[in-house]
Design a protein around this ligand. Structure first.
Ligand code: G3P
Length: 218
């Protein structure tokens, strides 16, 4: 399972890359706004900076919601670097654009996916990745993980090449559950990735090992 970091913060991307476990980055307009990145030139420059920091894929999202605009924007984003993947919303015009990008050889991430029916459309259009949002489904008192299980099963039934990129990950348990479900990728905030390290018995065990060593060597 690949690990992407879900942020536009360069420092956090560097920290995750330094851990040696980072496979890529996802961003969205809200995450770019959180970093105060505004204006087309600044936005394109910021994506270029992120794309240089990792070898893996970097999702950059379009703002347009009609076909021509999505295609124009997507082409511009794809030109930034070979590891840029164009992130397109799950709307009718978006699916049409994903289909066109597939023909053009431009890789895509279909975002804002909340049902397996939508995930089927994304795969039919040839999306490179589909992004089901687990946490936001949990927020509505449904179980976001059910969606990951369903999509993984449907894609396996038909051999769809689209990779399941589990998004809106809020807890380390989400990451573990995605691994159980067979998601291809998880994208998470840095603190959620860091949560994977935690186990009190590791801390207690290490403290004891070092204390025993120091008794004779300290
Ligand atoms: O990749 C999508 C993700 O950023 C959404 O996360 O926590 O805003 O639901 P969240």
């Amino acid at each position: 399972m690949k690990f992407f970091i879900d942020t536009a913060n360069l420092e956090q991307i560097r920290e995750a890359a330094d851990m040696g476990i980072l496979d890529g980055v996802t961003t969205n307009p809200s995450l770019m706004a959180k970093e105060g990145i505004a204006g087309k030139d600044n936005i394109l420059r910021h994506y270029a900076a992120i794309a240089k920091m990792v070898d893996g894929d970097v999702s950059a999202e379009v703002i347009s919601t009609e076909f021509e605009g999505i295609i124009r924007e997507g082409q511009e984003l794809a030109e930034i670097a070979p590891n840029i993947v164009v992130k397109v919303p799950m709307i009718r015009e978006g699916v049409k654009a994903i289909s066109k990008f597939t023909e053009m050889g431009i890789r895509t991430n279909c975002t804002l996916v909340f049902s397996s029916a939508q995930a089927i459309l994304a795969a039919k259009a040839g999306a490179t990745y589909v992004s089901p949002f687990i946490g936001r489904i949990d927020d509505t008192n449904w179980d976001g993980m059910d969606l990951i299980y369903e999509i993984v099963e449907i894609y396996a039934n038909y051999g769809f090449a689209t990779e399941v990129l589990a998004a809106s990950i809020r807890t380390s348990k989400h990451i573990k559950d995605c691994a159980m479900a067979g998601a291809d990728v998880v994208t998470c905030p840095l603190k959620t990735i860091e949560g994977l390290f935690k186990h009190p018995l590791t801390d207690i065990g290490l403290e004891k090992f070092l204390a025993d060593y120091n008794k004779l060597n300290g």
